[in-house]
Design a protein around this ligand. Sequence first.
Ligand SMILES: Cc1ncc(COP(=O)(O)O)c(C=O)c1O
Length: 449
Amino acid sequence: MAEIRVLPSRTAYSTQGEIGARIVGGEGPYLLGDDGRRYLDASCGSGSLIFGHGDEKITDALLNQSRKLTVFPSRHFSSEIVERYGRELLDFGPPSMSRVITFSSGSDAVEASLKLALQHHSAAKQPQRRKILGRNASYHGNTIAGLAAGGFVERRKPYESVLGRCAKASHAHCVACEFGRQAESCALECAQSFEHAILAEGPENVAAVIVEPIVGAALSAAPPDPRYLPRVWEICRRHDVLLIADEVMTGFARTGRPFATTHWNVEPDIIVCGKAISAGYYPLSALLVSERLVHGPLARDKYFQNGQTFACSPVGAAVGLAVLNRLADGTVAANAARMGELLRASLRKELPRELINRVRGMGLMVGFDINASSFKNPRTVPPARCSDRFQRAALKRGLVIYASNGSAGSEAGDHAMLLLPLTISEHEVRETTALLVAAANDLLEAENK
Ligand SMILES: Cc1ncc(COP(=O)(O)O)c(C=O)c1O
């Protein structure tokens, strides 16, 4: 019988069976397998589980609200809990933000941000401003418009022929500088490439630029030069182009601050939120919309033409409120900053450099490159997809990581992220390092036989 690959099970999960276990539960930073093992989960629902698994306060909030009201016709009514959430989310966000709209996933919030940018320009009597600009090596979700705005080659590939054309500026990953610069000679050509793209498209045609403040999946936690985002923001303002910050991965204290754009005092027109907004307990996402946009031409429009069944979810709002409550006093963000430093320092010190290098990131968004050039195993040279092999080695040791590729352009360049809960302890940071070191040594041994 032919091997089934695309939909390998009735539930369409991938049954790669590397480990052969089913996950039956979660506890703090651990996943519990039916094989009796505890897996240290450093992928954490792709970065959403900021308090880890099994958090009682969040699940209580979810259950209590589910008993009262789950969905309502938001076109005709408002809801107390959704309004309260909107107010508190704005208090948590940067002061320049003045409206909130909630959705269900990072991808549909990205999509909504692009539509809102288009609606803004239509209301401003510039309906020809339709073009969205993105960057090489970036990820903005898996919808057709999100993939088009993004530059993640592997994820775009199957749909390339139907993706709308979005011009791309350079990424801002200094170690793979597209202009061949070293730190000392950096002239911020990466930021300037946005201006070149805007001029090439005709500034009068460009609606918005979308960026991840720190690139996640496509580059594994690559923070830009500190001057980069302020320069991009300045270019956008000069050309009346909206700046959309996709903070789906970086938002809600992951980088040690509520939002990553505040590290550089940049005030985007729209901030896209997802993942940790619900700590991974409910499909929730949101747009934060700036005062400037809300009180500009959009003020004349009555309705944002983007209704969705689960937009304005009361359950999402209740979960979101419980998350904000936990983040309010700043101790979780401070722990993320401190544990992130500790993790990077111990990885730099202990991981074998011939395999792992360029440890990077901010807060508990931690990444590194995986370099297979020292492998001697003739079966695996050239060493394609060594990130997958490293991920498998880590799984065998009981550690789940977020492996990816593309940092060296196109699909080349292997890397991985660690996205631990922000409540992680020093002991758990040391355990993560020890498991990674063991996995790295296992792989080196297997590949050099
Ligand atoms: C920066 C960024 N934007 C958008 C998305 C899409 O979010 P979701 O997977 O919730 O649709 C992701 C998901 O990884 C992301 O990292």
